[in-house]
Design a binder for this molecule. Sequence first.
Ligand code: HEM
Length: 175
Amino acid sequence: MKYATQEDPASAADPSSADTFSETANKEEMSQLNSENGAVSGGSSFPMNNSPQMLSAPTKGMQRPRKVFIKPGHSQLDWMKLSSSGVDLRGVKEPLLLTLEEVAKHNKKDDCWIVINNKVFNITSYLDFHPGGRAQLMRVAGKDGSALFYNTHAWVNVDAMLNKCLVGFLKSKQR
Ligand code: HEM
């Protein structure tokens, strides 16, 4: 299935800026993202480009990458089952107050923290469940991924999905 494309003047802007990922995505970048993610062609797109989610989100007009390959047993339902199973996904005993420097130490696929909205999440377990692929998450490993997250899919309820992955909060001077 070919995704609908719309000419968007914003796509002429600097494509290297992570903060403007969705607005500046061009064919070259999308092709790179697809190959990083092991994208496969075909299949249907959810939500559809003309769905209420896509039309109401700030990503209107975005040229979306194709679906990535997700391992069997790694659907979002499987993630919900795992995260409500009682398995420790945080890796810390109690919520921490952290600096960005401390978060930055956790930037590997077997130890991966990210900041969204001043909350620090241990997403190591979620990497293989992410519908956008592990490579997309690794772009913000050990960093504040808020801008990229909201530019890409503001409709995703990150607090609910990563509730059991909460490690702590950024110290207020970092906010
Ligand atoms: C901040 C860096 C992130 C980037 C660059 C990113 C990128 C993407 C991309 C490109 C897709 C589209 C995949 C497709 O349609 O084939 C996607 C989907 C998705 N991502 Fe992320 N993502 C990020 C963080 C997260 C986080 C932290 C979560 C955890 C809750 C998450 C949850 C999802 C979900 C649930 C979808 C499917 C949404 C839908 O189809 O409506 N993402 N992501």
